[in-house]
Write a protein that binds this ligand. Structure first.
Ligand code: UD1
Length: 362
């Protein structure tokens, strides 16, 4: 049996891990301990997704909750570290780039356990983003790195990471492609907005500027803005074209996306979901880790007060019905992830039994 401790803690980790965790729980030679850090705790940020996506129930809940990034990271490290002492898994699996990812990954390495990083190699090349710091740090202490595209693998090669690298399909695409796929048929022109990154959401003036620019681009669009708790703290009055609502569950969000003519976001995941749904995307950031979507002509980076109005206007005129390649796999990335972990663990065991311990954390 391969004992895996798998950390989740935020909305994106739950969505993207949904199928991987289901496969792990059902795998005959894996015994998985799912540890929920509790970084996200509202039902509409985490619990609702666990139920909706039939994610196996976490075995351990750390109940970390909100706090500044230092406290949040330190608390996850401490509590996750105690779980590792108690359970002594053969390896620890983390996903993506959140504070939970960093903290659980560092705790694993400090406990001298091999670390597997799913969605390794993502790079925005913007070190002001907490996620860029998290993912770089984790990539350089991981033993097995599983990038979800060729570009991710190239980034890892360029940085000469110490662990083994294997490209797998994107498990987010697995989950997306198993949801009902629709064609929008709304008579009105609809648009979807999500803004939650600290650099956009924490400053009330900036969020107002972003929303004013979006509304100014085309008065005919009915915008829906499911609002993240971080953004709710700073948002004031919004233009009348924009309707605010609580965060949506996954199926509701995709339904809204499929009905939309355009998506304006600063989320990482929604850039790819818009790309797969063939909805033109405007990303309110100066960089993105999902450059493939920009290169395909489906996503454009924009800043308020600069090119945001023009980007929304031109994206509204865009039609993405023609095919473009999906660089994120064929919908079976989760199987590839589980398979890669099992093969890698077997190879580790074989190396250990022959006395070769040259790999990191072996
Ligand atoms: C985190 C991730 C980000 C991811 C996002 C998805 C990091 C560094 N960032 O950002 O990559 O895109 O999750 O949502 O880990 N809050 C609640 N209820 C909740 C969760 C959060 O009220 O269930 C509020 C709290 O006031 C908290 C704030 O939102 O302080 C921010 O939450 P936090 O987990 O620190 O980061 P996110 O902005 O959600």
């Amino acid at each position: 049996m391969l004992n895996v401790a798998y950390a989740i803690g935020t909305r994106p980790e739950v969505i993207r891990s949904a199928r991987v965790l289901r496969l792990m729980v059902e795998h005959p030679s894996i015994d998985v301990t799912i540890v929920n850090t509790g970084q996200h705790y509202d039902d509409n940020m985490l619990g609702g997704f666990l139920r909706e996506l039939d994610v196996p129930k976490p075995n351990v809940n750390l109940g970390v909750g909100s706090g500044d990034a230092v406290l949040q990271t330190a608390t996850v490290m401490e509590r996750f570290g105690r779980v590792l002492v108690e359970h002594r898994p053969d390896c620890v699996c983390v996903f993506g780039d959140t504070n939970s990812t960093l903290a659980a990954g560092l705790a694993a390495v400090k406990a001298e356990l091999p670390l597997v990083h799913v969605e390794a190699g993502c790079r925005s090349f913007d070190m002001r983003m907490p996620e860029e710091v998290n993912r770089r740090a984790i990539d350089h202490v991981s033993s097995l790195l599983l990038p979800v595209s060729q570009l991710g693998a190239e980034n890892l090669r360029r940085e000469a990471v110490a662990g083994s690298v294997e490209i797998v399909g994107d498990p987010q695409f697995d989950v997306f492609s198993r949801q009902p796929q629709r064609v929008g048929n709304s008579e009105r022109t609809r648009g979807l907005i999500t803004i939650h990154r600290p650099e956009n959401a924490d400053d009330p003036q900036r969020i107002r500027l972003i929303l004013d620019d979006i509304a100014a681009a085309d008065a005919e669009v009915d915008w829906v803005f499911p609002i993240h708790p971080r953004t709710r703290r700073s948002i004031g009055a919004v233009p009348s074209e924009i309707e605010l609502c609580d965060p949506l569950l996954y199926a509701q969000l995709l339904e809204t996306l499929f009905e939309a003519r355009i998506c304006v976001t600063d989320s990482g995941g929604l850039q790819k979901e818009a790309f797969w749904a063939r909805v033109p995307c405007v990303t309110v950031r100066s960089t993105t880790e999902w450059m493939e979507t920009v290169q395909a002509g489906a996503n454009v980076l924009a800043q308020p007060g600069q090119n945001l109005i023009a980007a929304v206007t031109s994206s509204l005129a865009l039609t993405l019905t023609e095919g473009y390649e999906n660089p994120y796999g064929d919908g079976h990335g989760s199987e590839q992830i589980v398979d890669a972990i099992v093969r890698w663990a077997e190879a580790q065991r074989a190396e250990l039994s022959t006395g070769d311990t040259s790999r990191p954390n072996a």
